[in-house]
Design a protein around this ligand. Structure first.
Ligand code: FE2
Ligand code: FE2
Length: 352
């Protein structure tokens, strides 16, 4: 590929990564002074064991391997969805990297500083690795530009803990489910990046463990009114994933997976893991939950179609659709949840 072509594809995929939609991974800022005051001493034994694993850095060589990739095997539709999948994945990885780097830079607390340094190291590797794959497809995301031009959302520390814990654990659940599925169906592995998911997801699992210990060290985060926030974040993360995965039919078709089945499996794994720290879980198997998610999916498809059509009438129509979407979210939020008694030890093994 000539240099101008290369530049153009970098610009296109960077633009894609910068585009802000409700479902896109976000970049965050937070109250660094509050994070500086985190005291992990109630969880010291488990914390030190976890930091020992970060020090071992078992995946040091894993992401240095070369990936050879042939795009000719993909239909244009699959190519577009796979590219979209990689761009949103790299944005999510890099958003974690930037958040952890910023926290590291802005705190003196040695426990928090070291943890953030190690997690930023992992996420930088993950993002760099995806960029290598994008490069081979003749695309790339300019990460420096992304860092400068993405909009940043301020989140209070406790929201960072709930949201980041969940995104790390759901990331683990997604990667391991795809990896296990392709182990059983190797003919479906249309890109070598999937063969890296097993070690990769163990990094994400450990990042989630760190936030579990931080939350457990301050039990106020897990009781009273905060339970309503935990419920909110669980639902928001699950619903977002459901809508996004169903917007990539070709990708799941190529993998030989049904996105609905895949998502419910990921919900089950994430729910089982989250019992280590959250005092409640969502009842994702109830028919009311399933039909609520289907309603949100239907509305999000209608909103997207209306955006594609454009025009003032469609803008008016979208107000109604968005209101209905909010109504279904609220209805899902009101469904009964299961309460969960927290175990004595927080940490668990990635056993899926
Ligand atoms: Fe990552
Ligand atoms: Fe992570």
């Amino acid at each position: 590929m000539s240099q101008p072509d290369q530049d153009r594809t970098t610009i296109n995929s960077t633009e894609k990564a910068v585009t802000e939609t409700l479902l896109s991974p976000r970049f965050y800022r937070t109250d660094y002074a509050a994070l500086d005051k985190i005291d992990v001493s109630p969880m010291r034994r488990e914390w030190d064991a976890m930091m020992g694993e970060f020090d071992v850095d078992a995946n040091r060589e894993h992401f240095r391997k070369e990936v050879k990739f042939d795009a000719a095997r993909m239909s244009p539709e699959l190519y577009a969805e796979f590219q979209d999948f990689l761009v949103s994945s790299i944005t999510a990885e890099y958003s974690g990297c930037v958040l952890y780097q910023e926290i590291e830079k802005n705190v003196d607390n040695p426990d928090v500083k070291k943890l953030m340094n190690q997690m930023a190291r992992d996420e930088a590797r993950h993002a760099g690795f995806i960029n290598k794959s994008l490069n081979q497809m003749g695309l790339a995301v300019d990460l420096g530009f992304l860092k400068r031009s993405k909009k940043y959302t301020y989140f209070a520390p406790k929201f960072i803990y709930y949201a980041t814990y969940l995104s790390e654990k759901i990331g683990y659940a997604r990667y391991i489910t795809i990896f296990r599925h392709l182990q059983k169906n190797p003919e479906r592995q249309f890109h070598p990046i999937f063969s890296f998911f097993e070690e990769w997801c163990n990094d994400e699992f450990r990042h989630g463990e760190a936030f579990a210990l931080i939350m457990r060290a301050d039990p106020r985060l897990l009781r009273g009114r905060n339970k309503l926030w935990i419920r909110f974040f669980l639902l928001a993360v699950y619903a977002t994933m459901y809508v996004r995965d169903h917007s990539r039919p070709e990708l799941y078709n190529a993998l030989g997976m049904d996105p609905t089945e895949f998502d419910y499996k990921v919900f089950d794994i994430t729910t089982a893991i989250s019992k280590q720290i959250f005092p409640l879980t969502l009842n994702t198997d109830s028919p009311a939950f399933r039909s609520g998610l289907e309603n949100m999916l239907r509305l999000n498809i209608a909103i997207q179609e209306s955006k594609n059509k454009g025009g003032w009438w469609q803008s008016v129509r979208r107000i109604g659709l968005s209101a209905q979407n909010a109504f279904y979210f609220a209805k899902l939020y009101m469904l009964p949840v299961k309460s969960n008694e927290l175990p004595d030890t927080v940490r668990m093994e990635p056993a899926w």
